[in-house]
Ligand binder design. Structure first.
Ligand code: SF4
Length: 250
């Protein structure tokens, strides 16, 4: 049986695993002990990812649709065919749609193909519609449309605020990092309309009505500003629009 390292792409955590391959099929997976994110752990989805890979519906190679019928073709036939077709369009007419299940490295290669070869910036992620607002806000506030902290910091935090996320289901390995922080004495606060597992394990749970998460955050921000529970010098030095933001809350 051959072993191949890989990354679980079921969620954005990106846990490291090894695939055990026999006869061209992944028979099972086991966690990579040295992976910097997962450190020898996988959640139940990660342990069973090979079941998905081995379903009969999986598309294992390129399919060419001709006369309304799909035909399995080799990459030697598919790649020149696609390249020829794409060459007949102007850069503005081509769009690239990336899969949220692809790894960062695969996304990077697709971006290179789009920008360097086809000279287009028309690239989007299939899951973007669900996250576009959050990404825009993060980019405006921090300059980066993604997390700016490191996962390794979570278990060392003294206080963790979980907002509107059923994290033990959505990103179980990150959820387990929060558990570690809780075991080390961190104060865990959950604000959610659902009584999630994390809510049950939290030091404090603010159970809001569905759709009122934004209001709850604004109310907390208002209270923090009004009662002076902020380091104003720190905020003035490192943020833009702090005064306007404070004024809008009061
Ligand atoms: S948390 Fe689970 S689903 Fe997400 S990457 Fe890790 S093993 Fe995969």
């Amino acid at each position: 049986m051959k072993q191949k390292p890989g990354v679980c792409t079921f969620c954005g955590t990106g846990c490291g695993h090894f695939m055990m391959i026999q006869g061209g099929a992944v028979e099972r997976v086991f966690p990579s002990q040295n992976h910097p994110v997962s450190k020898g752990r996988l959640c139940v989805r990660g342990w069973n990812i090979h079941e998905l890979l081995n379903t009969p519906q999986i598309i294992s190679g390129p399919l060419l649709k001709q006369n309304g019928q799909y035909r399995q073709v080799s990459y030697d036939e598919a790649v020149p065919y696609v390249a020829q077709k794409l060459k007949s369009f102007s850069p503005a007419a081509i769009g690239f749609l990336a899969s949220p299940r692809a790894t960062n490295e695969e996304q990077f290669l697709l971006m290179k193909l789009a920008r360097a070869v086809f000279k287009t910036n028309n690239i989007t992620l299939a899951s973007e519609s669900g996250h576009r607002n959050s990404l825009n806000v993060l980019a405006a506030a921090t300059g980066m449309a993604g997390m700016t902290g490191s996962l390794a910091e979570i278990s060392k935090a003294e206080c963790v605020l979980v907002l509107g996320s059923d994290i033990t289901k959505q990103n179980p390995i990150i959820g387990s990092e929060i558990h570690k922080a809780a075991q080390a004495g961190a104060h865990i606060i959950t604000i959610d309309s659902r009584r999630t597992q994390m809510a049950k394990l939290s030091t404090q749970f603010l159970h809001v009505t569905p759709g009122s998460l934004k209001l709850a955050i604004a109310a907390i921000a208002r209270c923090v500003v009004r009662e002076g529970l902020i380091n104003a010098d720190f905020l003035r030095a490192r943020t833009n629009g702090f005064e306007q933001c404070s004024a809008s809350l009061l």
